[in-house]
Design a protein around this ligand. Structure first.
Ligand code: KG4
Ligand code: ZN
Length: 358
């Protein structure tokens, strides 16, 4: 099985991507096409996304196979994101993968998009394996997990409103920056003075204790409102940079502080950052600076390169391979789901807070 070729397909949001993975970590071909048709709308338009996937997926796969130097018939198995995501966008990938698996008579594995993000850093770093505390920060989700082994995920915390990436995107819009906002806010923040303004750290207080419903949970919608108010009081281009810097400082502080609480509580100083926001250098650097060994265990921080942190087919292929080796082959009526429970997720680590699906 070490030479198994898995074709991974990702189409849950606005990236159309395919990858051919040999074995567990050898990426033979990988193409990611980011749709730029959404930029003028300031966010992803679901109908446009679905149509764009439909028009390019064939070519994306073809180019991936070419890069890998293999034919479609050489592929041993297929993996595809089945959710969560935009239903029309997901359906394009799922329908394509089902048809290909049927025509080729190969097994197909349905993959949960957020679980796939966990598998990305390991493509580049063989040590990015459980156990670890994972902070998954994307455009739609913010999850804090304790992962003792693949397939078994303990949910510690999640956002109660906006996702971390969504907060970056909304702040970008407030500051007149294009979509997707994360990289633009990060760049502008680097020009600002972090100490000029202080924004609130939502849901982060010193008196919180493990077991409190908000000990690990996140909230970003109030921060966005605070940014809007700060922007009114701090006009001009320079002001925008100061506001971006203050936002970045507050968001990163909350994300890192809660992650470090999980490190302390679990006694596991190995941290994995995943999802698009994991590309943020401020987040990576702050996590690296504050992460310490616990109980004699060496501290380690894992994250993928920006290309593999954002949505991509390689992580889908690697997650699919894991499930394939455990015999999890999808039935012929595999469906796409806008909301999809995280496989193997236990909610026992949480406080008594509100529990949301997805
Ligand atoms: O994981 P991802 O590519 O797609 C989803 O599954 O949602 O994450 C996309 C999100 C967007 O909200 C984008 O603004 C954010 O990741 N992002 C960043 C950075 N690069 C991408 N946020 C902050 N800093 C960045 N450098
Ligand atoms: Zn994602």
């Amino acid at each position: 099985m070490s030479d198994t070729l898995v074709l991974g397909i990702e189409s849950s949001c606005d990236e159309t991507s395919a990858a051919v993975l040999r074995g567990d970590r050898e990426l033979l071909g990988h193409v990611i096409l980011s749709q730029d048709a959404h930029e003028v709308w300031g966010g992803v338009v679901p109908e446009i996304a679905a149509r764009a996937h439909l028009s390019v997926l064939d070519r994306v796969v073809e180019q991936t196979l070419q890069e890998a130097g293999v034919g479609l018939g050489d592929v041993d198995a297929l993996g595809v994101t089945t959710g969560p995501g935009l239903i029309g966008a997901l359906l394009v990938g799922v329908s394509w993968a089902k048809a290909a698996a049927f025509a080729l008579d190969r097994p197909l594995v349905g993959v949960h998009h957020m679980e796939a993000h966990l598998f990305a850093p390991g493509i580049e770093d063989p040590e990015a394996e459980p156990p670890f505390v994972a902070l998954l920060v994307s455009g739609g989700h913010t999850l804090l997990l304790h992962v003792e082994r693949w397939g078994s995920y303990r949910l510690l915390g999640e956002t109660r409103d906006d996702a971390a990436g969504e907060a970056y995107d909304k702040v970008a819009r407030l500051l007149g920056l294009p979509y997707p906002g994360g990289p633009h806010v990060e760049r502008l923040a680097a020009e600002g003075d972090r100490g000029r303004l202080r924004l609130p750290r939502p849901m982060l207080r010193r008196d919180q204790r493990p077991g409190d419903p908000d000990f690990y949970d996140f909230s970003f919608s109030g921060l966005k409102t605070a940014v809007a108010a700060a922007r009114e009081e701090t006009p001009g281009d320079e002001g925008a940079a100061h506001v971006a810097a203050a936002f970045q400082e507050a968001a990163v502080d909350v994300l890192v502080s809660k992650t470090l609480r999980a490190v302390e509580e679990t006694g596991c100083p190995r941290v994995l950052l995943g999802g698009g926001v994991a590309s943020n250098r401020g987040l990576r650097e702050e996590a690296a600076k504050r992460l310490r060994r616990v109980g004699g265990r060496e501290a380690r921080l894992f994250f993928a390169s920006p290309r593999l942190s954002s949505d991509n087919g390689a992580m889908v292929a690697r997650a699919a391979r894991f499930h394939l080796l455990r015999g999890a082959v999808a039935p012929p009526d595999l469906a796409a789901h806008a909301a999809l429970p995280f496989p193997g997720l236990e909610r026992t680590g949480r406080g008594k807070g509100r529990v949301r699906g997805g």
